[in-house]
Design a protein around this ligand. Structure first.
Ligand SMILES: Nc1ncnc2c1ncn2[C@@H]1O[C@H](COP(=O)(O)OP(=O)(O)OP(=O)(O)O)[C@@H](O)[C@H]1O
Length: 220
């Protein structure tokens, strides 16, 4: 069993009154495709933000590739996000002044990769998500579904162990959502990238290897 990401008694209290996570214990194995379900306010975004090193817990630990994440070490968190994690957001979060190819390349700018290598990888990923011919187009020239495909390509450019996706289909119609979900599933199967996907849509959950459900900050 090859565990990529694990939590031990993970807790998060925003204030004395608001506890968003209560002793969450979970483990994701390499190659798993998992959805994270739960009603509004159950703690899904909080959990994803902590797993992604974007927020810190008030109790417990996160392990990524066997190493305990040190939430006090800013530099280590930056390196972790760059080398081990990919992110996909509900609002795509593409940079509007960059083309599709430049958006996909962007995370590599901080890896000191050579320009030719960056371009080649970005184009290969755009081809994989079916957008090779849109490489020079700007986000405003693309539909929501196309923008999310670009964002998925971007999330993969650093070869992450795991992609964390927060409501990636939340702003898309149901047919487009289906295509995006299918694309992530294909990437998961072809590249063995682990996915953890927050979604409100139980139907999508049925197509995952496993669903984790949160209720009031606890795994149920
Ligand atoms: N920055 C914050 N300060 C105080 N409380 C917060 C903060 N962020 C979230 N919360 C609270 O923590 C709880 C969990 O919120 P969270 O956003 O993780 O839920 P969620 O399951 O992602 O909800 P949604 O599906 O609506 O996005 C909620 O009660 C929320 O009000």
């Amino acid at each position: 069993m090859d565990v990529i990401m694990q939590t031990r008694d993970l807790s998060k209290a925003y204030t004395e009154q608001v506890t968003a996570l209560r002793n969450v214990n979970l483990a994701l194995e390499r190659g798993e495709f998992v959805t994270l379900l739960g009603r509004s306010g159950s703690g899904k975004s909080t959990l994803l933000n902590i797993l992604g090193g974007l927020d810190r817990p008030t109790g417990g630990d996160v392990y990524i590739n066997g190493t305990r994440v040190d939430f006090e070490d800013r530099q280590a968190l930056i390196t972790l996000r760059r080398e081990a994690l990919g992110f996909v957001f509900q609002n795509f979060n593409l940079i509007p002044t960059l083309t599709a190819r430049e958006n996909v390349e962007y995370p590599l700018l901080f890896n000191y990769a050579r320009r030719a290598v960056r371009e080649e990888r970005a184009l290969a990923l755009l081809e994989m998500v079916g957008l090779a011919e849109r490489a020079d187009h700007y986000p405003r020239e693309m539909s929501g579904g196309e923008q999310q495909r670009v964002a998925i390509a971007r999330s993969l450019v650093g070869n992450p162990s795991i992609v964390l996706a927060d409501e990636p289909t939340g702003n898309l119609d149901s047919k487009t959502s289906d295509g995006i979900f299918e694309l992530m599933r294909e990437v998961n199967q072809e590249r063995e990238t682990t996915f953890l996907i927050v979604t409100h849509e139980r139907e999508l959950g049925k197509r995952a290897d496993r669903s984790i459900e949160l209720l009031d900050g606890k795994v149920v």
